[in-house]
Design a protein around this ligand. Structure first.
Ligand code: NAD
Ligand code: MG
Length: 390
């Protein structure tokens, strides 16, 4: 029997890897929806190759080029956020959520409403609206599977275990592009320098977020939300080789580590094949060649984002939406080369300071309240960027 699948954000880094895995098994999968942004040529090519039912671009002005590229194929085309949500809500057995940023939340929720299995790469939706995502899934009988490599690793480490016996969860961080840079140099780090990762080949935004550790900050919150684990049981360790993705520590002192190559097709494939395992075209590690695994404690002063994540978990409620939106806006400011690398954390700190007295922790989490908090936080971040602009 074939399985119906959709890929939200199919043209991105995670999306393309997912397409690659699905392409290998044409008799196993029926592709319902593929969605992308401005890369219409790639989206059309994927839709043709996979025989998708519908291709959707997030942007209205990309509709005509998409229509042209798919004319005569019988593949439906559409554009805009509403169309994206409609496509995400079409019945499917498995949906990959791989849009980058808070824009992934509404279509992710639509997919959950129809009771699908949602493979979640879009960590931003758990950070901004974790309780809403989980209650929507519980209401429809949907299931959320992690795709972030660390969270897939923890998930695999927990198979057959009682969560009550978990003493701690350790997620690893490579340290990103600047892990060996002296602190004084970081302020003048350029966009080009921040945009290349020593180990992983990823989208531009998450690559920069890895250098600033904002990605790890999101992942601490994601761990808390996904596994319902107390914040004080979640640790981060720097592991430059990026081969151990996470470790789960149990009450008997055992640490179960997940080891694998830095290739997202492993975590994507695990979610695609779950609850079974299937052959995946990823490198088999030669441990003797690798020789050693190294670890270091992350420096809180160097990575203020980590403490900001702790604030989010302590505050709860809309704090995640505020943090993520401020971070996304600060990242825009850095990408536009209006502020420096270290200013990103300073902008987020400004927004936290301004908004932390606003009862964020007490607010109900609805799509509306999350989007409103997101909008306000982006505005405050924009003001902070103006003040700090170079
Ligand atoms: P990417 O930038 O390569 O791709 C993003 C996708 O989202 C593209 O298809 C793009 O067209 C689409 N998109 C962008 N803006 C949009 C909008 N406003 N509305 C709708 N669609 C939009 O990103 P990526 O690196 O593939 O990351 C995707 C998600 O997966 C992110 O949440 C990221 O944190 C997470 N993730 C990525 C990796 C990785 O290795 N790349 C690893 C773990 C988690
Ligand atoms: Mg990760």
């Amino acid at each position: 029997m074939t399985r119906k699948v959709s890929i939200l954000g199919s043209t991105g880094s995670i999306g393309c890897s997912t397409v690659g895995l699905i392409e290998r098994k044409p008799d196993t999968f029926d592709v319902v929806a593929l969605t992308g942004g401005r890369n219409v040529t790639r989206l059309a090519k994927q839709a043709r190759a996979l025989g998708a039912e519908i291709a959707v671009t997030a942007f209205d002005d990309c509709l005509e080029p998409l229509r042209d590229a798919l004319s005569g194929t019988g593949i439906e085309v559409a554009a805009g956020e509403m169309a994206l949500c409609e496509a995400a809500g079409r019945p499917a057995d498995w949906v990959m959520s791989a849009i980058v940023g808070a824009a992934g939340l509404p279509p992710g929720l639509k997919a959950l409403e129809q009771g699908t299995t949602l493979a979640l790469a879009n960590k931003e939706s758990l950070v901004t609206a974790g309780s809403l995502l989980k209650s929507t899934a519980a209401g429809s009988g949907a299931r959320i599977l992690p795709v972030d490599s660390e969270h897939s690793a923890v998930f695999q480490g927990l198979v057959g275990e009682d969560i009550e016996t978990v003493e701690r969860v350790i997620i690893t961080a490579s340290g990103g592009a600047f892990r060996d840079w002296p602190m004084e140099k970081l302020a003048s780090a350029t966009l080009a320098e921040a945009s290349s990762h020593p180990n992983w080949d990823m989208g531009k935004r998450i690559t920069i977020d890895s250098a600033s550790m904002f990605n790890k900050a999101l992942e601490i919150i994601e761990t808390h939300e996904f596994f319902n684990i107390d914040p004080d049981k979640i640790e981060v360790i720097l592991h430059p080789e990026s081969l151990i993705h996470a470790l789960v520590g149990f009450c008997d002192g055992a640490l179960m580590a997940h080891v694998g190559p830095h290739d997202m097709r492993h975590a994507i494939g695990y979610a695609l094949n779950w609850p079974e395992r299937d052959h995946l075209p990823v490198e088999r590690l030669n441990l003797a060649e690798i020789g050693q695994f190294t670890f270091h404690e992350p420096d809180d002063e160097r990575y203020p984002a980590l403490a900001q994540a702790r604030w989010v978990m302590e505050e709860g409620g809309l704090a995640g939406a505020v943090f993520n939106a401020a971070k996304e806006r600060a990242l825009d400011g850095f990408i536009e080369e209006r502020i420096g690398f270290l200013d990103m954390a300073a902008v987020v700190a400004d927004v936290i300071e301004i908004m932390s007295g606003e009862g964020l922790g007490l607010a109900a989490i609805t799509l509306d309240s999350v989007q409103q908090a997101d909008e306000t936080a982006r505005m405050r971040a924009g003001e902070s960027i103006l003040r700090r602009q170079r």
